[in-house]
Design a protein around this ligand. Structure first.
Ligand SMILES: [Zn+2]
Length: 181
């Protein structure tokens, strides 16, 4: 594992965020002798923040994840176009509704799935900053929503839920009238 870098200095941590540790009077070792916190050498873990990509167009590219990236880049490590590289922030969110299909029967179908990503080498400037990818339904995608655009979609869906509340109220009334007739 000669490519495993030595334990990095905590350069990414702002000094303002470091909480001073009070001296432990009973500590058997001086704080100066405490080694930096590194993964145990017997159990090296992959460095999540950096990976190499064999480019389909030729060459190898080393990419570093931005802070907060949660994407598993294992697929990228098999080969990719530089333009297609993206980082993801957090896990996708979605909900499901039971939808009937003549072939498969009733099964949960994800709707309104969303996640945040950034495509740092895209030819489109909109994709080179964090944006939301929203899938209203499977195989349908809105691939780049900025905060204003996502807010508009949320407002539209919320307004539609209000209309569905109206449908619900009318359904209850229709049943009462139907059964009372
Ligand atoms: Zn990443």
């Amino acid at each position: 594992m000669s490519n495993v870098p030595p334990c990095p200095a905590p350069v990414s941590v702002s000094a303002a965020t470091i909480t001073p540790q009070p001296p432990a009077a009973s500590s058997p070792v001086s704080p100066a002798t405490v080694p930096p916190q590194c993964p145990a050498e017997s159990a090296p873990v992959p460095v999540r923040g950096s990976f190499t990509v064999p480019l389909i167009t030729g060459g190898v590219f080393t990419e570093s994840c931005p802070s907060g990236c949660t994407r598993d880049h294992a697929l990228d490590a098999r080969g990719a176009f530089l333009e297609d590289l993206y980082h993801q922030f957090g896990e996708p969110v979605s909900t499901t509704v039971p939808v009937f299909d003549a072939g498969d029967g009733t099964a949960p179908m994800p709707i309104l799935a969303a996640h945040i990503q950034v495509d740092p080498y895209s030819s489109e400037a909109r994709l080179r900053v964090p944006h939301v990818v929203l899938e209203p339904a499977p195989d349908d995608v809105m691939e780049c929503l900025d905060p204003v655009e996502l807010g508009a979609v949320i407002a539209q869906v919320r307004a539609h839920c209000d209309r569905l509340d109206g449908v619900l109220a009318r359904l209850v009334a229709a049943r009462a009238e139907y059964e009372g007739a």
